[in-house]
Design a protein around this ligand. Structure first.
Ligand code: BGC
Length: 253
């Protein structure tokens, strides 16, 4: 079965059809910059452009959409890297109305977690798995024996008086022009704190920067094994596509 996965991030909105039997994208990704301001309407338009872009080949496919914030029953509860008008917005209803076919919505890191669990680095791994996505912000997904605990927001833990993602997101490395050693120190501080509290059995590190995992993962000292995401920055698309058919129907309020 082929479904569409669309990943809304702080800098880009990207999507592609995914073959759920393999987790492979069946066409090149369509990508648009995240509109600024990133209002629900503007972001929805970008999502619609991607759906329309695949209309000829996949006009009936269910659609899964990720967003970078807490989403409960289709409603955004936080939006750290989007316009604040997202908070309280029934994004499920808005997108489904504009797309005109079944849509599911979920947190972007949760989607990455589902993608890695089903097709990637966490496949077949039991126990507690933490997937961390390093991008504009820090996203986290927690899976226990393959079951997702949704909306875990470790990226907003307060560490040393700072919101963790303002110190250790990949965007911070770019902005502050940190070398790999300095960046690894930031991550070490973040992951040590998480490990102290949650003791995962495996940590998977994703986001675009995971393509450079060789530069910083070997510098980290943790109890749990830590490995790069194998789906890299496609994990969100793949996880969203998988969620599109496995999720319980979202009841919009
Ligand atoms: C948001 C999370 C999101 C992460 C990555 C954070 O700022 O609060 O929900 O998963 O960024 O986009």
């Amino acid at each position: 079965m082929i479904t569409l996965g669309i990943d809304v991030g702080g800098s880009g909105v990207k999507g592609a059809p995914v073959d759920l039997s393999t987790g492979e994208l069946t066409s090149p990704t369509l990508l648009f910059p995240t509109p600024r301001p990133a209002t629900p309407e503007a972001v929805t338009e970008a999502v619609v452009k991607i759906v329309d872009g695949f209309a000829d080949s996949h006009g009936d496919a269910p659609v899964g959409v990720t967003l970078p914030g807490v989403i409960r029953a289709g409603v955004m509860r936080t939006a750290a890297n989007l316009d604040e008008s997202f908070v309280g917005c029934d994004i499920h209803a808005l997108v489904e109305d504009r797309v005109g076919r079944p849509v599911t919505v979920l947190n972007d890191a949760d989607a990455a977690g589902i993608g890695e669990e089903r097709y990637g680095a966490a496949r077949g791994v039991g126990g507690t798995v933490l997937v961390v996505t390093l991008g504009t912000g820090i996203g986290t997904a927690l899976l226990v024996d393959g079951v997702l605990v949704p909306n875990i927001e470790f990226g907003h833990m307060e560490i040393d008086g700072h919101d963790a993602e303002t110190r250790a997101a990949a965007s911070v490395r770019d902005r502050e022009q940190l070398g790999w050693v300095q960046y690894a120190e930031r991550l070490q501080r973040f992951l040590t704190e998480i490990e102290k509290l949650f003791n995962p059995d495996l940590i998977v590190v994703g986001g675009g920067v995971s393509a450079n995992a060789d530069h910083f993962l070997p510098l980290l000292r943790l109890d749990a094994p830590i490995v790069p995401a194998t789906l890299h920055n496609k994990a969100g698309i793949v996880g969203a596509a998988a969620f599109a058919v496995t999720a319980a129907p979202v009841v919009s309020s």
